[in-house]
Every structure is written in C-alpha cells, then in structure tokens.
Design a protein around this ligand. Structure first.
Ligand SMILES: C[S@@+](CC[C@H](N)C(=O)[O-])C[C@H]1O[C@@H](n2cnc3c(N)ncnc32)[C@H](O)[C@@H]1O
Length: 255
C-alpha cells in the first residue's frame, strides 16, 4: 500500500466483503462494553456513530430513544447493512478523519473497535471535537495494546497479518494523551479485556491459509509475558491455542 488513500480504499473493500461476519458475530453484537458506551450517551438528541460496521452501537443508541442517530462508515456495504438491520438510523459513507458535518452538530459521538484502522488517530479526534457541541460526550472503545512496547509491536504484527488494514493498536496512555491534545476532557476510563476464539476471529476476516499459518506460528512462539497477559487457553491436547483475552479500553470524554 502506497499511501493512506490506498489503505482506506482497501479497508473499505475488505470490510465491504465481511458484512455478514460483523453483523452476526456475537463478539460485537452484544456485551457489557456495548451497554456502557450506550449508557454514556444517555440524554443525547443527535448522535453520530463513527465506523459503525454493522451498526450495533448506532442501533442500541437509537433504541434508547435518541431521536437522530447517524450510522457512518467508510464502507458503503456496512452502512447499507446497518441501516437495513436497525430502524430509524440515517446512514452516511464517511471517512472518520474528514467528517462531513458542521461544527457542533452532535451532542454524542461514539466509536467502537475501529480506530486501530485509522492512519491518523489525531485527525480523527480533532474531527470528533469539532462536530461535538460544547459539553457533548465522546464514548470511545478500542483494542488496547500492552504498555510494554515490544509486546505491543508483537500484537500489532499479528493483527496486521490478520487484517492488512490494521494500522496500530495504541495503549490506553497513548489514547488519553491524544484525547487531551484534541481538547477533549476525559472523565471516565475502563480498562478491560475480551476473549477471542482464534478460529472465529480469523474466519471473520476470511484470512487466507498462508497468513493463518504465520499467525498461528507467531502465537505459538509468543513471549511468555504475552501468553500470561493475554491468558492464552489451549485445546485439550495442550498444543492448539483456542482463545486469548485481548486488552480493551473505553473512554468517556467531553468536548
Ligand atoms: C470492527 S468494525 C466496527 C464495529 C462496530 N463499530 C461495532 O461496534 O459493531 C470496523 C469498521 O471500521 C470501518 N472503518 C475503517 N476505517 C475507517 C475510516 N477511516 N473511516 C470510517 N470507517 C472506517 C470499517 O469499514 C469497519 O466497518
């Protein structure tokens, strides 16, 4: 990939080919994290869900009687899936780093499990700050890299093999710095984790056999510190990694 525009085009294509997995996969469809994000938008009147995927956050926000909810994504197929599955959503095909909305348009912005695809997270946060009205809430969730840079780089290598559109999973400390630099005030943080079934996680992105082998080999040879931190769980034969817990962080911030 030569530049960010090419990368974004490839991301839109690969997610456009993966709508069913993202719509039906339980890992995104439900969970305490989703409920928490939605709780954080309580009382909003105009909400924007950036990188909505199959629309699980946007749909849950609309179900809480927020009258106007925009489900926005780079992939037109994802926008179509989200608006078909959840009633009352407005769809928008947008780049998170160039939001086509006027300043102060929303009183809530959400973004869940997507920012690791954005080449310029600081541009994204500047846009979130711009489109939020003063006092509006940003409810954000993403994968969280381990604080140890070597482990973080190992995890990112695996993530990029699974999904070439993966840019970087940042640490919670990095996200806090970026949020504050964008002029957003962090008022709640939750660090948690999420168990991923390795095969299901690879299937969701339809990862080809050669890259699966490489990922499996990296997982088998992972540093002991990563195996502990991610709570690797093996099948009965003790050889095949079945699942692990990946770090996740949630932030609530105000404009
Ligand atoms: C894992 S899915 C999102 C899941 C969804 N937010 C949820 O909670 O169910 C990641 C989404 O990010 C979108 N995406 C990636 N880069 C983007 C960008 N620059 N602007 C907008 N959307 C983007 C992809 O098209 C994809 O639909």
């Amino acid at each position: 990939m030569t530049n960010d525009a090419d990368r974004k085009r490839d991301v839109a294509t690969s997610f456009g080919n993966a709508t069913d997995g993202y719509r039906d996969g339980a890992v995104l469809k439900e969970g305490a994290d989703l409920e928490r994000l939605v709780d954080w938008t309580e009382g909003a009147t105009r909400a924007l869900d950036v990188a909505t995927g199959a629309g699980h956050v946007a749909g849950a926000v609309a179900e809480r009687n927020v009258p106007r909810v925009v489900a926005a994504d780079l992939s037109p197929e994802m926008v179509t899936t989200a608006t078909a599955d959840y009633g009352g959503l407005e769809g928008a095909v947008v780049d998170a780093e160039r939001l086509p909305f006027p300043a102060g348009r929303f009183d809530a912005v959400t973004c869940r499990f997507a920012a690791h695809h954005f080449p310029d997270p600081e541009a994204f946060l500047a846009e979130v700050e711009r489109v939020l009205a003063t006092g509006g809430v940003f409810a954000f969730e993403d994968l969280a890299a381990p604080a140890d840079p070597e482990l973080a780089s190992y995890v990112n290598r695996i993530e990029r093999l699974r999904d070439p559109g993966h840019v970087e999973t940042a640490s919670p400390a990095q996200w806090r710095d970026w949020l504050e630099a964008a002029g957003l005030t962090v008022d709640a943080v939750r660090e948690t984790s999420r168990r991923l079934e390795v095969d299901t996680w690879l299937d969701r992105m339809d990862v080809p056999a050669d890259r699966r082998r490489e990922i499996r080999s990296l997982l088998s040879n992972a540093p002991a510190a990563l195996e502990d931190a991610f709570d690797f769980r093996y099948a009965d034969d003790g050889e095949r990694l079945e699942s692990y817990r990946t770090g996740v962080v949630l932030f609530r911030a105000r404009a």
